[in-house]
Design a protein around this ligand. Structure first.
Ligand code: HEM
Length: 539
């Protein structure tokens, strides 16, 4: 623990001597990386396919050594105490500072509950997620009128839908609908990311003092959220509120009872901070992924993946709007078929009750494929699988040797792979820069040389569900540290997108707005809007 703390906190400087990803002067490539990471990450991957060498990537927010794709199996085999995923994540956003209590990030007791309890309850919570999504979307998109078209800001509205639905499972009713709580959850999760990045750009000597100033907005957001969370946990701990099988706050309290009497993890304050760490993991990531998916679907113009596909190819004479309409129709048909199969209707044919379950969500292969394809195209971590070289106990050597003597990495070095390069590798994905929505439905020619997680050969037409990880798809990470919340996130995003497809008419301007890059972070533009109108008679 002491060893870990004594490592340079964030803004890693690579002492390893590898060629730079960019031939300009060292100072210049830090600045160039701020706006040009997309081409830098693409070029370095292409170079590595030829020379199989590591490269140093310099950036304002820290340096990293980009390993060639051939080293992926070696990287995955390294134990956490040598190459640490956790410390790479903690450093990247300075979470020991930005989570306000170092041990919330360093000792993530909420993580096993995501792996175990959240996974085990996915079936039971799908209906709750749907109920919250439906209400939140109607509040934010439909307003009082079903007649008029409305222009909605995607970032503003989807962030609130995601925050409300996630908190339906994290803390339950009525808090998940409390305006002050939700606004401050959003503020907290946004500020942990932005302040974390800002602190990363500071010289080490200024982090302590300026860190306190920069984290002030996070303190404020936490303090406001804790006004709501502390009473919830006091009631759960005191037995005044019943435990619930589908509530993360209940699982946290149950778990804390197994810890020693004097553990701070048993206090309402720590339990509240755990909920905020979950909000941080869930809100920003799921919001951006949903927005990318909606923008991709409602601007889709690509030919289908397979010539046998049921989607008509846009011909030169067919206008873009007709091509998009054809894709939307197929996805909407799937959403409506699913509703028809899982709903009970009133006598007048209107839906009375809908069953939501994993079985239902698993029967939406078109939407699954579109989501996976959107994540392939825009994966939120273009610098994938970041790992930090940890110091070894005395006598066991310092640092890590790369395979085949291709270099030595001193402690503190951060390594990664070019996830962007991997996802846009023409040998793995035909038409790599296009949104081919049905690429993973099966029957497509998506990943010709695709292998599974264990490297086994996969047939060309293999369908891939959005939450699956494999060695050609790094959007969730790969291997034992792959995102444990991905099944929950995929269910939520499919529920939101399915609802939009079934119940709303949507128009997007002529072109999909360009995503923005800030160093190795890529996101849809916060100003992106859609024109929406609630369908009068969705079915
Ligand atoms: C679309 C939404 C999401 C995306 C794109 C995403 C992506 C990721 C990625 C790329 C990693 C790092 C993997 C690595 O280093 O190899 C990660 C880790 C993690 N994610 Fe997610 N995530 C999402 C949603 C969630 C949600 C909803 C939760 C919790 C409910 C969650 C909890 C976690 C945790 C606890 C880790 C750390 C795992 C570890 O280090 O072993 N994520 N996520």
């Amino acid at each position: 623990w002491l060893n870990m703390q004594s490592l340079p906190a964030s803004r890693s400087k690579s002492n390893a001597k590898f060629p730079c990803t960019d031939s300009s002067w060292p100072f210049l490539h830090q600045w160039r990386s701020l706006t040009s990471s997309k081409s830098i990450l693409h070029d370095v991957y292409q170079k590595q396919l030829r020379d199989d060498q590591p490269y140093t990537l310099s950036g304002i927010f820290g340096d990293a050594v980009v390993l060639p794709p051939s080293m992926l199996p070696w990287l995955l085999a390294q134990p956490e105490h040598r190459l640490s995923a956790r410390w790479a994540q903690l450093d990247a956003l300075n979470t020991p500072l930005t989570f306000l209590r170092a041990d919330i990030g360093v000792n993530p007791v909420h993580e096993p509950l995501v792996r175990r309890n959240l996974m085990a309850h996915l079936d039971g919570i799908a209906g709750l997620l749907h109920e919250e999504v439906a209400l939140a979307l109607d509040d934010l998109w439909a307003g009082n009128s079903e007649e008029a078209w409305r222009e909605v800001n995607l970032d503003y509205t989807i962030r609130r839908v995601v925050a409300r639905a996630s908190n339906r499972i994290f803390v339950g009713l009525p808090l998940c609908r409390g305006n002050d709580y939700i606004e401050n959850c959003i503020s907290y999760s946004t500020r942990v990311s932005s302040c974390g990045l800002l602190i990363s750009s500071l010289p080490r000597c200024l982090k302590g003092t300026l860190g306190v100033v920069f984290t002030a907005p996070i303190r404020l957001a936490y303090s406001r959220c804790s006004n709501h969370l502390l009473p919830v946990f006091k009631a759960l701990l005191g037995g005044e509120a019943p435990a619930s099988p589908h509530l993360f706050s209940s699982w946290l309290v149950e778990n804390s009872a197994k810890l020693s009497e004097d553990s701070p993890e048993r206090t309402p304050d720590y339990l509240s901070r755990r909920i905020m760490a979950l909000n941080f993991a869930a809100i920003h990531t799921s919001t951006l992924t949903t927005i990318n998916l909606l923008l991709d679907i409602f601007s889709s113009q690509s030919a289908p993946a397979s010539p046998q596909s049921s989607v008509p190819s846009p011909s030169p004479s067919q206008d873009a709007a007709a091509a998009t309409e054809a894709v939307v129709r197929l996805l909407r048909d799937e959403a409506l078929t699913s509703r028809a199969r899982w709903a009970t209707n009133n006598r007048d044919g209107k839906v009375r009750d809908e069953v939501w379950s994993r079985a239902r969500l698993n029967q939406m292969p078109r939407l699954d494929s579109a989501l996976r394809e959107s994540m392939r195209l825009w994966g939120l971590v273009p610098k994938a699988l970041s790992r930090k070289v940890m110091p070894m106990p005395q006598g066991q050597g310092q640092g890590v040797l790369l395979p085949d003597g291709r270099g030595h990495l001193p402690p503190g070095t951060v390594v990664c792979l070019s996830g962007w390069g991997l996802h846009h590798d023409e040998a793995l994905y035909t038409r790599p820069f296009e949104f081919v929505w049905d690429r993973f439905v099966g029957g497509g020619s998506s990943s010709e040389s695709a292998g599974g997680e264990e490297g086994e050969a996969k047939p060309e037409t293999e369908a891939r569900a959005a939450a699956e990880t494999d060695r050609q798809f790094a959007a969730w990470g790969i291997g034992k540290h792959a995102c444990p919340g991905r099944f929950f996130a995929v269910d939520l995003i499919k529920i939101i997108a399915g609802k939009v497809l079934a119940d709303y008419e949507v128009k997007l301007g002529k072109q999909r707005p360009e995503n923005i890059w800030i160093e190795c972070n890529v996101a849809p533009p916060p100003s992106a809007t859609l024109l929406v109108r609630r369908r009068k008679d969705p079915v």
